[in-house]
Design a protein around this ligand. Sequence first.
Ligand code: 13P
Length: 248
Amino acid sequence: MRKPVIAGNWKMNNTIAAATSLINELKPLVADAEAEVVICVPYTAIQKAAELTRGTNIAVGAENVAWADKGAFTGEISAEMLKEVGAEYVIIGHSERRQMFGETDETVNMRTVQALKYSLKPIVCVGETLEEREGGKTETVVKRQTEGAFKGISAAELDNVIIAYEPVWAIGTGKTATSEQANETIKYIRSVVAGLYGKATADKLRIQYGGSMNPSNAAALMAQPDIDGGLIGGASLKAADFSKVVKY
Ligand code: 13P
């Protein structure tokens, strides 16, 4: 049985002050959740978030990690630095990073390897654009992204990995993939993982859906057999909405 995991991706939102109020509001609302709860927050808020959630059922994550240990990488944050301030998870290869900041399958792989080296749990994002979906390329794209992300990573390491399937056309647009569409692609991604690592490993891997997931569509998405959780953007910025998704 795969334990469902609902993760918030705050993106570039919330100062430390705003993060503090949001987390304090969220804590009691999700305290009895059955799903695992993660919030991925801006670098500047990680330490405070970790402090505020210590001893609770909320884990904290970052939104990216450097592929190198240390050195001349201006603007990057290392895995060791993230661990030091209390991050447990890290989002890697989000479509916003792929589209606006030059992230490639290769850099996603390097960052994933690095996260695992420091026992940070990667949430690796894959997903097609609208043009790719309409061109019938969804499977080709998610296969390439999945195989690319896990080069050199062992089956044992995969136990600490989550994949987030986020169709780019559904992110922040209010357009959700139908539950069936989301499940179909996630099932396909699982078959790609099975091709790489075997069925037993693929069956253990948790794969989330992300893209305009909110309190009104979470239950239907989570009812699908291959969907093991959600990566939530907009709806993770309001405690009431996020807690409703967590308790879909
Ligand atoms: P929205 O939930 O705002 O569509 O964002 C999804 C997302 O990108 C999560 O990583």
